[in-house]
Design a protein around this ligand. Structure first.
Ligand code: COA
Length: 322
């Protein structure tokens, strides 16, 4: 039997501060009605100063390890996806490694914006299949509240903070095809200017804020994500009917609904958190996955399709049997 990456545990962390649309509308020229109608977002969580990507990623990772019945000794590597790292270096993954008390193995960050978790899953899965690691934490952790332009109502209402994590363990397929069946990642750098942050530590003290052409991103998201989920199904000889759950990137309710319709999935088979979390970028898929596994909706044996797209453009999908 080939080695498979078994999704052994999931974890989540959300800052306690909840910010409603009405609260935003006190300082931004917007309304609860506009935000809900165009995006499905009702509220988001915003981090306190101590809630950095490393802090939240550590909490989510601890929960994932506990759910897997694993300890620091089982962690061979930590892959953390973020666009809002604590520092330029060391990697936020290594701050998490230290906080977890892991004293061996490797760790690094992935910068693939909202697709970062899928990218991380893909790298971890390929390492595990190749025998390079037996236990890998894949984390998405973001504090977008710190890179938003509060003068731009077209973007600042869309994002929130949080972290999600999974612990992958090398395991035999055991005949039931449990684990990650395949991952598919893509990028098109020529579309880098439709969604980006206009600065970084490498640029003359300009940390930068998020800039987006929402309509263009919307258009590409629907097309690319549809291609990507078809690619995942075709790679495994599966069809729409085989999918038990769609866990999509949580950017906009209209994009999520369009993906569900394309797959012919009833709304109750599509995990939605965008209404409560807004877009938490690389954290959105693992947060949604952790919620739906945690509350018992997604059960062992379910076939779960994950997908995400973000700045880069970067996008991808993964098919997982729980
Ligand atoms: N509150 C009130 N009005 C707003 C607003 C806000 N927060 N943001 C924009 N508007 C206004 C615009 O100024 C514009 O007004 P005008 O017609 O008088 O010029 C109007 O609403 C329509 O703006 P537009 O940007 O065309 O809206 P839209 O229907 O495209 O919706 C998004 C905007 C951002 C919700 C939508 O484009 C989207 O979801 N795009 C994808 C974003 C995404 O997924 N990004 C993350 C990928 S990781």
């Amino acid at each position: 039997m080939p080695i498979r990456s078994i999704l052994a545990g999931t974890g989540a962390y959300l800052p306690s501060r909840v910010v409603s649309n009405d609260e935003l509308a006190r300082t931004v020229d917007t309304s609860d009605a506009w935000i809900q109608e165009r995006t499905g977002i009702r509220q988001r969580h915003f981090a306190a100063p101590h809630e950095t990507a490393a802090f939240m990623g550590t909490e989510a990772a601890r929960a994932a390890l506990a759910a897997a019945g694993a300890t620091a000794a089982d962690v061979d590597g930590i892959i953390l996806a973020t666009s809002t790292p604590d520092q330029a270096f060391p990697a936020t993954a290594l701050r998490v490694q230290a906080a977890l008390g892991v004293t061996h193995g490797f760790g690094f960050d992935i910068a693939a914006a909202c697709a970062g978790f899928i990218y991380g899953l893909s790298v971890a899965d390929n390492m595990i299949r190749a025998g390079g690691a037996k236990g890998v934490l894949v984390i998405g952790s973001e504090v977008y509240s710190r890179i938003l332009n509060w003068q731009d109502r077209g973007t600042c209402v869309l994002f929130g903070d949080g972290a999600g994590a999974v612990f992958l363990r090398a395991g035999e397929g055991s005949g039931s095809d449990r684990g990650i069946l395949s991952t598919h990642i893509h990028a098109q750098g020529t579309l880098g200017d439709i969604l980006y942050v206009d600065g970084a530590v490498g640029q003359h003290d300009k940390p930068g804020t998020l800039v987006m052409n929402g309509r263009e991103v919307f258009r590409h998201a629907v097309t690319r994500l549809a291609e990507s989920v078809e690619e995942a199904l075709a790679a495994n000889g599966l069809g729409h009917r085989d999918v038990d759950w769609l866990v999509p990137h949580q950017a906009n309710r209209r994009i999520i609904d369009a993906m569900g319709r394309k797959l012919g999935l009833p709304p109750e088979r599509v995990v939605v958190t965008v209404d409560r979390h807004a877009n938490t970028s690389a954290a959105s898929v693992p947060l949604a996955l952790a919620e739906a596994i945690g509350d018992g909706r997604i059960r062992p044996g379910s076939l779960v399709l994950l997908e995400a797209l973000g700045g880069g453009l970067a996008w991808g999908s993964a098919l997982v049997r729980l």
